[in-house]
Design a protein around this ligand. Structure first.
Ligand code: ADP
Ligand code: LRH
Length: 470
């Protein structure tokens, strides 16, 4: 049996719709649509253009449906962001997690609960964007008195497609409001004045949400009546499904963010994990994603945006070529530092970072880019050593998936600094994880994650980078 399905995969940089044909022994993907995703700043802050994204995604699904009947469709996106609802309608435009209200949110949360206690409950790295911080700001502004529902963005799209509200479990695990056992933490919500009634019913990946309804089918011209399925709707959960790894492997899901870690059988929310600031996020099939958010290629793309705004022409291939030719040592900064989190002038922030420490900052674009990539690679190496130490799991190779797996220089530097072989690809691991879980739900793909990963390995070309001696 072959299943034909569509994945809507929304990244913070771009969104795409992929049509896939999947059987137990084959996996074929075609990109049907790709669109830019740019948050928009208005008076009250930085917002996602959610209707625009929905429109583009659904046009993609319609195009995919014209190539032959789709059995199902599923959505994944970046984590933590959400829409508030009242009587089924969206209340305002969802904020981007890059909006600086999150800094206020951190203060509000810290005033109610000490970090170690919060960590013991939800096991998440302290990040400005976590949903609980954002909701603390909504509460302060009185919005939670008006709202009667909350949907994470993939669940919002699922609701618009089907009329049914659910909370997919992997993405819910990024809110800070789930206990380590995967249930809503009603007691914590009560302490924050967040009504538990805002939250929808939790569903696991592989749940059927319902058919795409008449409104969506007619408006977008979708042929047939595909079912909307829940997958790992947190993009990183889907990406980890699509990592072609075996035992003793770590992964880096490399895009806007670098998510660096391992899969474990259960959460590890110990003092050591807290000190090293590891996150525990829910994975598909009840697996745990023990990982760390390293700032990622965001630092590079924001640098490019800064140079472009100054009227300089910059192309990524040229920049990476120039950075590869830097054959002298460059300094490294800490790519987990919050300084690099908000949008802005990254080259100036890098210069300031070194200046504040009395160190020489990189000069010129080639050195700056090389410094960013070396810093990321060093951040990965430290994180992976910590992951192995804290979990007691061996790490003998590192898989890199996502757009960053195309960055040969970064992959090589990662091999060099970790001292481990790096296996790059597939670029579209997230969409792959999305379609594999759909196909499995339809009975067309193998059952276990190990078999699904074996299928990815068998159907994709991977590039291996060996560590060079230093
Ligand atoms: P997200 O899902 O977070 O939007 P992606 O996985 O699409 O991110 O990765 C986007 C990043 O991948 C870009 O910022 C860029 O740095 C990197 N990238 C994409 N294509 C290439 C390429 N051909 N060479 C090097 N890097 C690339
Ligand atoms: C990657 C990602 C990551 C989250 C961040 C908000 O796209 O989902 O896993 O921490 O965005």
């Amino acid at each position: 049996m072959t299943a034909t399905v569509a994945a809507i995969d929304l990244g913070a940089t771009s969104g795409r719709v992929v049509r896939a044909e999947v059987s137990r022994t084959s996996l074929r993907l075609d990109e049907i649509a790709r669109f830019e995703n740019r948050p928009v700043r208005v008076g009250d802050g930085l917002h996602w253009s959610v209707l625009g994204l929905y429109d583009q995604a659904m046009q993609g699904v319609a195009t995919a449906s014209r190539g032959g009947a789709l059995a199902s469709v599923a959505v994944d996106s970046w984590a933590v962001d959400y829409g508030l609802l009242r009587l089924g309608s969206l209340l305002g435009i969802p904020f981007s997690y890059r909006d600086d209200r999150t800094m206020r949110g951190l203060e509000l949360v810290d005033a109610v609960i000490p970090q170690p206690e919060l960590y013991a409950r939800c096991g998440l790295q302290r990040m400005p964007f976590t949903t609980i911080n954002q909701l603390a700001v909504d509460r302060e502004r009185g919005l939670l008195e008006v709202a009667d529902g909350l949907l994470m963005l993939p669940d919002l799209f699922g609701y618009w497609m089907t009329g049914r509200m659910v909370a997919e479990a992997t993405n819910a695990s990024t809110t800070g409001l789930l206990r380590l056992d995967g249930t809503w933490d009603a007691e914590l919500m009560a302490r924050f004045g967040i009504p538990v009634s805002l939250m929808a019913e939790l569903v696991e990946p592989g749940t059927r949400i319902g058919p795409v309804d008449e409104t969506a089918r007619t408006h977008f011209g979708i042929e047939g009546a595909p079912d909307v399925l829940a997958v790992g709707s947190h993009d990183t959960a889907s990406a980890v499904v699509g990592v072609p790894m075996g035992p003793d492997a770590a992964y880096i899901s490399s895009g806007t963010w670098s998510l660096v870690g391992i899969e474990t059988a259960a959460p590890i929310a110990t003092g050591e994990a807290l000190d090293a600031q590891f996150t525990n996020e829910g994975g598909v099939d009840g697996r745990n994603r023990f990982l760390k958010n390293v700032m990622g290629l965001w630092i590079l793309s924001e640098s490019m945006r800064t140079w472009e705004a100054a009227g300089e022409r910059v192309g990524l291939p040229e920049l990476l070529d120039a950075a590869a030719r830097v054959d002298w040592a460059v300094p490294v900064f800490d790519p987990v530092d919050d300084t690099f989190y908000p949008p802005g002038n990254m080259p100036a922030r890098i210069e300031r970072w070194f200046g504040e420490r009395g160190q020489r900052a990189p000069r010129g674009r080639a050195e700056v880019v090389r410094c960013i990539l070396e810093s990321l690679a060093e951040g990965y190496a430290v994180t992976l050593r910590d992951a192995a130490r804290i979990s007691g799991q061996r790490i003998e190779r590192v898989h890199v998936v996502g757009g960053g797996s195309r960055n040969a220089l970064l992959c090589q530097l990662t091999a060099d600094r970790t001292g481990l072989p790096v296996v790059a690809g597939p670029v579209e691991a997230t969409a792959i994880g999305n379609v594999l879980v759909q196909a499995r739900t339809l009975g067309a793909a193998p059952d276990t994650l190990e078999e699904l990963r074996e299928l990815v390995r068998a159907t994709h070309e991977l590039i291996e980078y060996r560590p060079r001696s230093r």
